[in-house]
Write a protein that binds this ligand. Structure first.
Ligand code: NAG
Length: 124
């Protein structure tokens, strides 16, 4: 009878220790990572999590917050991948080496006298 009681106490102690130990070591970085993992995991259920500061974007694709206007894997809509060498600008896949409106990077327009050559607005 006494050993049974001791065993029960030990088990209760083990449960108690395992319940508190994950919480007892919490450096700040870990909490933040935990939080952002949660954000990644729940945007399908709670789309508003993608609106918080630090989110990759306000749109939710496959439970991930993304920016549809710039994400090369979700360009314009979820799952739309840009082919190799292209970037996503304003939701469209463009070739930054030749695109006159997005030359080298998004929104870098070449003026009327220059053209985009190898990603740079060059005067011919
Ligand atoms: C998405 O990207 C565009 C272009 O860089 C930027 O203007 C916009 O603020 C971004 N949206 C979010 C929610 O980050």
């Amino acid at each position: 009878m006494k050993t049974l009681f001791l065993l029960a106490m030990l088990m209760a102690l083990a449960v108690f220790v395992s319940a508190i130990s994950p919480g007892s070591e919490k450096p700040k970085g870990k909490i933040n990572r935990f939080l952002s993992d949660r954000v990644v995991l729940t945007c399908e259920k709670y789309p508003e999590v993608c609106l918080i500061k630090g989110s990759a974007g306000s749109d939710c694709c496959k439970n991930k917050c993304v920016n549809l206007s710039t994400d090369v894997s979700n360009c314009g809509k979820c799952g739309k991948k840009c082919s190799y060498g292209k970037i996503c600008c304003e939701g469209k896949c463009v070739n930054p080496r030749t695109n006159e409106k997005h030359c080298g990077k998004c929104d870098n327009k070449c003026n009327s006298e220059s053209s985009c050559i190898y990603g740079m607005c060059s005067y011919a």
